[in-house]
Design a protein around this ligand. Structure first.
Ligand code: ASP
Length: 337
């Protein structure tokens, strides 16, 4: 019996080919064998489908995350794995969002894309798509995770970040090692991969987008902080802080955040540093944050923090205690705890 993979094409650079005049345009997924004839000789079979509208991933939305999840859920029993072709710009957000939506996943969902279109001679898309397909089709190692494959590494999706707008190694995962490395063989690091869940798959589709990110910098004006904290209907705020979660200790700043928290706003502390974690109370400059009820994002990425907050507010928004508790827990391996 052949293993089967479903490819879901959402858009992005990877899905573009050059026409005879040299312009780039998205190709119809049925033409994948014209672009990559080698795919006709794989030991697994490939089916494909696409979103109703193919997008530059800068136009990604929570409702499109739901569309992708609906396709996967509908076809879940018919395939051994899923490959999502996606623009690189917001791939880490989509991978994070899908990881939260799929509880008790038992099969791999691998997102990939490219920096150069598949139809170009030097495209990095060929290797990315072929490795992503192979990973989604193989059964030697169980990968019950949403992942990103890019330039020889398989990353946990909710740990990944786009780090380059020019190099082929466009993604990395600063706070968690890659799950596999593709060389002559694909070397899986089984001990880093989540165990397969025993319970039934649950797909949760609600996202509450009443969230904001406030990046701190020396000299930030009180009116900027107050206007963000006091945004009408705001339910969640991520503050991007310095170092191990530090922020100004000035009274106006702490008071502004406290007023928000007293009104029910969930505030999460995420560090601006690329690697390492928030450690509240390590410095005096984070003691007030802890005292007023700001939550620790530990070593979460900003992409995972935003999507996790939307997901928790969307699915558990009625229960403030639950949202606050789950925000600090590791739900899908997104934080080291
Ligand atoms: N702007 C493109 C996108 O994210 C870039 C890419 O695919 O690499 O859709």
């Amino acid at each position: 019996m052949h293993n089967k993979v479903l490819v879901i094409y959402t858009g992005g650079t990877i899905g573009m080919v050059q026409d005879e005049n040299g312009s780039l345009h998205p190709f119809a997924m049925e033409r994948i064998y014209d672009v990559l004839p080698l795919l006709q000789h794989t030991s697994y079979s490939i089916d494909s489908c696409q979103l109703d509208h193919i997008i530059d991933s800068s136009n990604m939305t929570p409702s499109l995350w739901v569309d992708i999840a609906n396709i996967i859920e509908k076809e879940y029993d018919n395939y051994d794995g899923f490959v999502v072709l996606h623009g690189t710009d917001t791939m880490a957000y989509t991978a994070s969002a899908l990881s939260f939506m799929f509880e008790n996943l038992t099969k791999p969902i691998v997102l990939t894309g490219s920096q150069l279109p598949l139809g170009m001679l030097r495209s990095d898309g060929r290797d990315n798509i072929i490795c992503a397909l192979e990973i989604a089709a193989q059964q030697e190692v169980v990968i019950p995770e949403v992942c990103i494959f890019f330039q020889s590494h398989l990353y946990r999706g909710n740990r990944s970040t786009k780090v380059s707008a020019e190099h082929f190694d466009a993604f990395t995962s600063y706070n968690y090692p890659s799950l596999a490395k593709a060389g002559i063989d694909i070397e899986y690091k089984q001990h880093l991969i989540m165990p397969r869940a025993e319970q039934e798959l649950v797909v949760r589709r609600q996202f509450d987008t009443h969230v904001a990110v406030l990046k701190l910098f020396p000299g930030i004006h009180p009116s900027v902080v107050r206007s963000i904290v006091n945004t009408p209907d705001l339910k969640g705020l991520i503050i991007e802080t310095f170092g191990s979660g530090n922020a100004p200790t000035e009274e106006w700043f702490i008071d502004a955040l406290k007023e928000g928290i007293d009104r029910g706003l969930v505030i999460l502390d995420v560090t601006q540093c690329k690697s390492g974690a928030v450690k509240l109370r390590q410095y005096a400059a984070s003691c007030d944050l802890d005292r007023i009820g700001v939550l620790s994002g530990h070593d979460i990425t900003i992409e995972a923090a935003v999507t996790k907050m939307m997901y928790l507010l969307g699915n558990y928004g009625e229960d403030a205690r639950m949202v606050r508790q789950l925000m600090e827990d590791s739900l899908r391996g997104e934080i080291s705890k």
